[in-house]
Design a protein around this ligand. Structure first.
Ligand code: AMP
Length: 186
């Protein structure tokens, strides 16, 4: 069975960076929902407005996007999905028998998330929704209230692997923790 690595964690924890670092060592398909939606937002003002507010797009939009792009013939990294309990349940119902799933919860406290978002803005890599502090706070609120219960639920699902990874350190230490988590349960 092909591998499905699900990177979960709040804003600025480095999901995109670690997805690329993993893909440089092994041929993974990366599905980054935020980037795909930012591309879609260029021609779709409804999507752009929802994202600018820091709100989530609908269950139907996301599941259609994932169903279309998730190829069971490739080892894959999911970055940005699932983000809600219903998305998590949909993923498990539809894909737990098709992939060897490993959920990595990239665990950092909120003050580090905010610090990293501010750094992302300073470094010029910031996105429109990073520059608006109200939208950032809304995204954090959604993370704790909607994504965190989904993470805790995934931790309890039998037959999939789950690791809580400390990524409070520097990027190389964090990446080593991720590699250790991935290899420890193989
Ligand atoms: P990200 O780049 O992962 O922070 O995502 C940027 C934005 O895209 C989010 O604030 C949401 O508006 C939207 N988005 C990304 N992934 C999802 C998802 N799984 N469910 C709903 N909306 C999403």
């Amino acid at each position: 069975m092909n591998k499905l690595i699900v990177l979960m964690g709040g804003q600025g924890v480095g999901k995109g960076t670690f997805a690329k670092m993993l893909a440089s060592r092994h041929k993974y398909q990366i599905i980054e929902t935020g980037q795909m939606l930012r591309d879609a937002a260029k021609t779709d003002t409804t999507i752009a407005e929802i994202m600018a507010r820091g709100e989530l797009l609908s269950f139907e939009t996301l599941t259609r996007l994932i169903a279309r792009t998730l190829d069971i013939h490739h080892d894959t990294i999911l970055d940005g999905f699932p983000r809600t309990m219903s998305q998590a349940q949909w993923l498990i119902q539809n894909y737990a028998d098709k992939f060897d799933i490993h959920v990595l919860y990239l665990d950092v406290p909120q003050e580090i998330m905010i610090r990293r978002i501010k750094k992302r803005i300073r470094d010029g890599g910031g996105r429109a929704d990073d520059a608006d502090m109200t939208a950032v706070m809304r995204r954090l609120d959604i993370f704790w209230n909607e994504t965190m219960p989904a993470i805790r639920w995934l931790e309890s699902v039998p037959g999939i692997r789950f690791s809580d990874v400390d990524v409070r350190g520097d990027v190389n230490d964090n990446f080593n923790n991720i590699l250790t988590a991935l290899s420890s349960q193989e």
